[in-house]
Design a protein around this ligand. Sequence first.
Ligand code: ATP
Ligand code: MG
Length: 575
Amino acid sequence: MEHVVNQANEAAAASSERQPVKNFIRHLIDADLAAGKNAGAVVTRFPPEPNGYLHIGHAKSICLNFGIARDYRGHCNLRFDDTNPEKETPEFVASIERDVNWLGFHWQGRALYASDYFEQLYQFALELIDQGLAYVCEQSGEEMRTTRGTLTEAGVNSPYRERSVAENRDLFTRMRSGEFADGSRVLRAKIDMASPNINLRDPVLYRIRRTLHHQTGSEWCLYPMYDYTHPISDALEGITHSLCTLEFEDHRPLYDWVLNHITIACHPQQIEFSRLNLQYTIVSKRKLTQLVREKYVHGWDDPRMPTLAGMRRRGYTPEAIRTFCDRIGVTKADNSVEMSLLENTVREDLNLRASRRMAVLKPLRVVISNYPEDQREQLTAANHPQRPELGSRTLPFSREIWIDRDDFVPERPNKSFKRLVKGGEVRLRHAYIIRCDAYEVESEGEISRLICSYDADTLGKNPADGRKVKGVIHWVEAEEAVSAEVRLYDRLFDRPNPEQVAEGEHFTAAINPASLTTLAHCYLEASLAASSAGETYQFEREGYFCRDPETTADAVAVWNRTVTLRDSWSEQGGD
Ligand code: ATP
Ligand code: MG
């Protein structure tokens, strides 16, 4: 069903021609174009490491990179940064491709891999060696750390720093051919151990690691480091603007150093922007991996996860996520975005998009004693109050219906209570006015059934005698009702910044123990029997709900609450 929803999405996106929101990066590109730089080309890339699923932070980067390529009529490459084979898998590769496409973006040609360039990267390393700009170092990791120096103290030169070009070439070639043990040697750039920028203190360019690689198999036992691989991959692809997050600002001199010292025509400009941080959320792949591995959540696509797969399963649309990314903007200032901005964007989007339905989450049986036993009606209800083009559906009506337990109390608790009380009246949405005449109580004191009567002359009109009935409640006809399990989600963490935990505590201490509530016995209106996985509806008065791809062990459909109707966090309570 997802494809159907997506078709509708694309139509909606096309119909609302958008004006790109300008940010400092777009201003920079405008200036480059005005100055005739890069022969007028704009080429960007999105470079994920396939060691996890994409999350909402990645969405910011995807919207930025692919959005710029689209608006400047350039192109954006999807390039897997696959230089750490131990943590990378084909499952992650496939999930990333799927999620980028789902978000509405397409790369030119096939997806690219940094590993496509392993041979070229190796040749460029030889070029650095030949110029006396790289050397094979036999210091251990620990020795390299202790001799690197500090922010205030220069580092100490490695004893292997002055090896001859011939010796370096010989050793590096043998590193490639597998003569040396893992971790026994690295190739380092020969820059400056006294540089105030620690990234320039002879950084490691290559390490030996015997791991099967998901793309290159056992072809290599020598893997290039990110800081070396990234600028060269960018240049080989003719990237004009290499956009990355702020933590790479201090790596930019190394990015430029690499490109300045090899024979390559293109020199992309690295531009940094601030990461997206979202309150009540974690966007660190390492920590998200831990949530999955240690089963705090039911997988990467658990609807509580900030992953695109989780958000899709929860019922967020690609448009809502793109709009959210537009709204947060792109700057160099570190900040943390309020969760309500994301949720309000999703609400706004679904309010327009989602058809209305009725669903009773906490069912209470109602018998309408004066409704003929052999009678059934098919009532008509509009699918959307503001969008007649979405049509209508029929609602069966008969003597027995379900209403929500919260919509009945024996005695009116206060004047503003508009729902049903004993002796009171209420309108059934899209149907009649009913009066509660009596209620039955089970042994444990729980109300088991309401005995009501209906006013047959109130379908689509007010009572003839002019009496006012203010409350309207939702309901579901009992015989044709569809059973469902409904899952209500709350924030996964209990505090705005889940990284802020007490001394010695782990971020998992901030997990909200009530992030999932399962309502196993819900009833949906009959028309939802024909729904499919991935479809989202507004369940009137309850929120937006998306049908899950899975069913329960008893083959009962599962529905995920996408978002409530109102921001219950900012207006606690409410009716
Ligand atoms: P890792 O710690 O595994 O490197 P990462 O979050 O940097 O994690 P990548 O797969 O390297 O993950 O990210 C791909 C791209 O997405 C990078 O260009 C990165 O800058 C960008 N990105 C990642 N997280 C965010 C975020 N929270 N906000 C904006 N951009 C992000
Ligand atoms: Mg990264």
